[in-house]
Design a protein around this ligand. Structure first.
Ligand SMILES: CC(C)(COP(=O)(O)OP(=O)(O)OC[C@H]1O[C@@H](n2cnc3c(N)ncnc32)[C@H](O)[C@@H]1OP(=O)(O)O)[C@@H](O)C(=O)NCCC(=O)NCCS
Length: 155
């Protein structure tokens, strides 16, 4: 039997579990040490979507972000493939926005590959605007993709 998915704060002790989920979401996964290093940065935080099971808790989504000096950045966000398309990405993004505002951020930035249609769709749905582009930023087996820089005004 399993319970409802809930959003919870995560810490350096959760880095290995977040890394396992990150590896399901990205071709170039970040290992636990890399995620622990991120979480050690000033203003960095992680939120996870937890799905309680009878004797365990599965992580089905995560967001890593950082807020400092009035600005925040989404560093990474992912939802387990089997849990996509059910609104969880938007819930995680919203939770990160609430946390960034609470930490004093007035704007939230992110970078996303311009061919990552699910992610660009998610950010545009939440009101992010395209404010820049970094051509050739992401290496691809068949070339390179540009990074879009996106911004959400939090004021
Ligand atoms: C991007 C990601 C986090 C979205 O998570 P999700 O839980 O599936 O997203 P949601 O169900 O909350 O969808 C919210 C909105 O995002 C957009 N979206 C989600 N999946 C989409 C898809 N496959 N194609 C186009 N738009 C999509 C839609 O606007 C959607 O709203 P709608 O359902 O009303 O149409 C997920 O696809 C993922 O983990 N991708 C791999 C990791 C990644 O690329 N992260 C972003 C790096 S910048």
């Amino acid at each position: 039997m399993s319970g409802a998915i809930r959003i919870a704060a995560a810490g350096p002790g959760d880095a290995a579990d977040i890394a396992a989920l990150h590896a399901l979401c990205f071709e170039a996964g970040w290992d636990g040490a890399a995620i622990a290093d991120i979480l050690a940065m000033p203003g960095a935080f992680a939120l996870v979507a937890e799905w309680p099971q009878a004797d365990d808790v599965l992580y089905v989504g995560f967001v890593l972000a950082r807020a400092a000096a009035g600005e925040a950045e989404i560093l990474s966000i992912g939802v387990a493939p089997a849990a996509r398309g059910a609104g969880l990405g938007l819930v995680l993004l919203e939770a990160a926005i609430v946390r960034a505002i609470a930490m004093g951020a007035q704007a939230l930035f992110l970078e996303v590959a311009d061919d990552n249609h699910p992610a660009v769709g998610l950010y545009e749905k939440r009101g992010f605007a395209r404010v820049g582009s970094r051509p050739g930023y992401y290496a691809r087996s068949d070339g390179a993709a540009s990074a879009l820089v996106m911004r959400l005004d939090l004021e």
